[in-house]
Design a protein around this ligand. Structure first.
Ligand code: NI
Length: 484
């Protein structure tokens, strides 16, 4: 039995350590570990609850818009208000601009380099060497697109800033709607940039993903994971008092052990058995849990908690969304969808569809109409829940507010803790996290060059910035690789 430790896994967002046990060249067990602590929820305690939108965005510089959205949905829910149509649509445009930027970032600047051979210079080196299979002309085009994708991502951020003020850490998302008003000049600028996005996605992103998927077809059978899927749903399409039940572009739903079902938020708990937190919150719901760190906890190996849905590990993200929406191209993959390449394929399809949906939304804006609904702080204890879909998957913020208008409990349950959280239970009844499950059974050809492992990790597009946040002393490792 040999152990391989990859720490940190690079070309992802944030700091993830991966440790695997290999027997006869095959991974027999895996541990995914977040090596930093987030702790931002504790900063919220005792504050004006409306500070949450700005403070909780600081969880992450890559996906702050998703945290702003979830945080504000929780406040809307707690205050019993909702945005007028302009406010709803502008929130959708802010979050979707970030989704496009983030998905292009993930493919061209993070994951594609596992399949596309860049020149032997930075940022393409250092790297694990892989079995590069793309034809020379396709490979060269993909390398060229690396630079073009940087420009396109900047333009996606400009689209976001038309409505959000700036990026990262938007300023326009407020309780009851947004603070930015639409006018024809902003709409025109947005559409112009969106047309550039659509051209890039249709002419570069989709063809490159299809070329990679064709050359690496065996990766439709590797990195399967838990095969349970969860989407909270996101991008509301209509008004209605309860944001959980209204019609949304991304559908909400579960897929557990082969069966589709509806989301019941009461089924969501967080486990800390193998996390560096005191056990007193183990298995509790996010509206009540106030965690305390326990750095010396025996058996713990991650700062991430383990969200569970009725005790089940669930994969979240573009594959979960498109599977639950029954997208015809993703559904046509059948079992092959649950794989490394299935995740890349679903993410690309989702990006193209989203860019078309955004065109409909922006044309629904009505200059001169209100963008925000006024609110009052409640005079009794309330709990707000904000569920949305960030680029990386289902994101929920839970916010308990006291009768004198102060934050009592705050919990953000983020996509990467769903995907990369540690195991729960013990022995034969242990439920490993989705990423751990995806890695077990993988054949590693060369333990000194474990490219197979990082391909699986990167297919989930983990954001450890979101999952964890504050530095802690390093834990011991057996052997260590730093890779690009
Ligand atoms: Ni993030």
């Amino acid at each position: 039995m040999a152990r391989i430790v990859v720490d940190p896994v690079t070309r992802i967002e944030g700091h993830l350590k991966l440790e695997v046990e290999v027997d006869g060249g095959v991974v027999v067990d895996a541990w995914t570990s977040g090596t930093l602590w987030r702790g931002l929820e504790l900063i919220m305690q005792g504050r004006d609850p409306r500070d949450s939108e700005q403070i909780m965005q600081r969880i992450c510089g890559v996906c702050p818009t998703a945290h702003a959205t979830a945080g504000i949905l929780a406040l809307d829910d707690a205050f019993g208000i909702e945005p007028p149509p302009n406010g709803r649509i502008i929130r959708n445009l802010i979050l979707s601009s970030n989704l496009i930027q983030s998905n292009i970032l993930h493919f061209f600047h993070l994951a594609a380099l596992d399949y596309v051979k860049g020149p032997d210079i930075a940022p393409f080196k250092p790297r694990y060497e892989a079995d590069y299979r793309l034809p020379d002309d396709v490979n060269a085009e993909a390398v060229n697109t690396y630079l073009e994708a940087l420009t396109i991502r900047r333009k996606a951020q400009e689209m976001l800033a038309i409505w959000g003020g700036k990026m990262p850490h938007v300023q326009a998302i407020v309780p009851g709607g947004v603070s930015e008003v639409p006018d024809t000049s902003k709409i025109y600028r947005f559409i112009n940039l969106l047309k550039e996005m659509q051209a890039f996605i249709d002419n570069k992103y989709i063809p490159t993903v299809k070329a990679v998927a064709g050359a690496y077809a065996d990766w439709f059978a590797i990195g399967v994971g838990c095969r349970n899927m969860l989407s909270y749903g996101g991008y509301p399409q209509e008004e209605g008092m309860n944001h959980l039940n209204k019609e949304k572009y991304f559908k909400s739903g579960t897929y557990i052990r082969g069966r589709f079902g509806e989301v019941d938020a009461n089924m969501i708990t967080e486990e800390v058995t193998y996390s560096w937190y005191k056990d007193d919150t183990n298995g509790t719901t996010p509206d009540v849990a106030v965690i305390s760190p326990d750095v010396d906890k025996k058996g713990a190996y991650s700062w991430m908690k383990s969200p569970r849905y009725n005790g089940e590990a669930m994969e979240v993200g573009p594959l979960a969304r498109q599977w639950i929406m029954k997208d015809p191209d993703v559904a046509a993959l059948g079992d092959k969808a649950f794989s490394v390449m299935g995740r890349h394929f679903a993410r690309a399809i989702e990006t193209a569809k989203m860019a078309k949906e955004m065109e409909k939304w922006v044309l629904q804006l009505e200059p001169g109409k209100p963008v925000c609904t006024p609110h009052k702080l409640p005079d009794k204890e309330v709990v707000g829940m904000g569920l949305c879909e960030g680029s990386r998957g289902a994101l929920g913020h839970w916010h308990r507010i006291s009768s004198d208008g102060r934050t009592m409990v705050y919990n953000a349950v983020v996509p990467t803790t769903w995907n990369a959280g540690p195991r729960t239970g013990s022995g034969a009844s242990a439920v490993r996290g989705p990423m751990e499950q995806a890695i077990i059974g993988t054949r590693v050809a060369d333990p000194n060059n474990p490219v197979e492992l990082v391909r699986i990790v990167r297919s989930f597009d983990p954001c450890l910035g979101c999952a964890i946040h504050v530095m802690t002393p390093d834990k011991k490792t057996i052997s260590q690789f730093a890779i690009n």
